[in-house]
Write a protein that binds this ligand. Structure first.
Ligand SMILES: *Cc1c(COP(=O)(O)O)cnc(C)c1O
Length: 395
């Protein structure tokens, strides 16, 4: 059977609007509350705090700004080391550099593709002066959060949880975004729910929430004129975008159910291929299944060459590689993506330290893994075609 390219592109993960969003936005327009104060902001903050089970939520312009304020709240200063998840999106780490801190990258473990607690312990032995750790829940799968929290506590370090990709995921019954002293979520366009662009800082610390709110609105002091003691930022979320978020929040659980169905369908579809899905331990966590990923067995990898800007491969019968699969998907008008390239392999961080427990797991997963089309608007029929396209790469 010949497969035709999709007429409408199948996306990796794209925004899905439902209708309530525009009603909240419309109300903001009708009442002229279109700036950085208003009911949509208050209600979105309250709604997220309720949903996640944290005391305070501060609505911001992006997840990156939330991480930046978390890094500042944690007191990171010039030259301070910060242990960071290595395989992540750069937005986890950049705010450390905004504050002139020094990121030290911690390798991943194979069970959840997240920060390896063993490597983290090793890092504390090497650099015991370190006071801040940023952990990520990659692709919506929670890291070993209780172990990581315990190691941080033991070493007197503050944990920041970057839950940008994992909103709605739980670990031992608790929502991600509650394990750190300061936590960040993102409402970027490709995340599980979106405000088009936005994020939040989550915390149980009242003073931290008050401080973050103040910093995010240019650090104005309580005075009749513009009075400033602290450095300020223009990081507050707009009441228009918060309206989008209010509508989206009504559909968080539905999006998670759709993403989970996509993951399970891939898992079933690939059961005869020499591949595995991105792993999680179902006895301790429930991911939000934001992105479905696959990993090709070592002995089923054909030769693949990747430079900083180009990728190529040598076709081999019975084998494939991420480059072949991604190129083939693109030919059929479907979007996949390589696994996030580990930070310690990025040119910008070439002089940074990298701590691992067993070789370089991040580089191995980057070499053999890829993110699959995971859009919640993809139909089961379309997904079946994606699965067939990928199967044929292994012929
Ligand atoms: C998306 C993302 C961010 C940044 O969020 P923005 O809202 O795009 O600024 C941070 N960390 C991770 C792991 C992300 O995936």
């Amino acid at each position: 059977m010949e497969i035709q390219p999709f007429e409408k592109k199948i996306w990796l993960s794209s925004p899905t609007m439902h209708g309530e969003e525009i009603q909240f936005v419309q109300k903001a327009f009708d009442t002229n509350w279109v700036s950085t104060v208003g009911e949509n902001i208050n209600e979105l903050e309250a709604g997220i705090a309720r949903e996640i089970g944290c005391k305070y939520a501060v609505a911001l312009a992006s997840g990156t700004s939330a991480i930046h304020l978390a890094v500042k709240l944690a007191g990171v200063k010039q030259g301070d080391k910060v242990f960071c998840t290595d395989t992540t999106f750069a937005a986890t780490v950049n705010p450390v550099c905004y504050e002139k801190g020094e990121p030290v990258f911690i390798d991943m473990e194979r069970g959840s593709w997240n920060m390896d607690p063993t490597a983290l312990e090793k890092a504390f032995e090497m650099y015991p002066e370190t006071k801040v750790v940023i952990v990520v829940n990659l692709y919506g799968v929670p890291a070993k959060l209780d172990e990581i929290k315990r190691i941080c506590d033991k070493n007197g370090a503050i944990l920041i949880e970057d839950a940008a990709e994992s909103l709605g995921a739980t670990y031992k019954g608790a929502q991600t975004g509650t394990f750190g002293k300061y936590n960040a979520i993102s409402f970027n366009g490709n995340k599980i729910i979106t405000t088009s662009g936005g994020g939040m800082l989550l915390t149980d610390d009242e003073n931290a929430a008050i401080t973050a709110r103040k910093w995010s609105t240019q650090s104005r002091e309580n005075a009749p004129w513009y009075q400033h003691k602290d450095l300020g930022y223009n990081y507050r979320m707009s009441n228009i975008l918060a309206g989008v978020g209010r509508g989206q929040l009504l559909h968080l659980k539905e999006h998670i159910a759709q993403k989970k169905a996509i993951y399970m369908r891939y898992k079933e579809g690939f059961k005869d291929l020499p591949v595995t899905m991105n792993p999680y331990d179902e006895t301790v966590c429930e991911p939000n299944f934001w992105l479905s990923c696959m990993l090709i067995n070592k002995d089923a990898m054909c030769e693949q060459k990747r430079s900083d800007t180009k990728a190529s491969y040598v076709k081999e019968s019975g084998k494939s590689c991420p480059t072949e699969i991604l190129e083939t998907l693109a030919k059929y008008n479907a979007e996949g993506r390589p696994i996030w390239k580990p930070m310690h392999l990025q040119e910008i961080f070439k002089d940074s330290k990298f701590v691992s427990a067993e070789g370089d797991v991040g580089a191995d997963i980057f070499e053999r893994g890829l993110c699959l089309p995971s859009d919640n608007k993809m139909t089961p029929e379309e997904q079946d075609i994606i699965i067939e396209i990928i199967k044929r790469c292994f012929i």
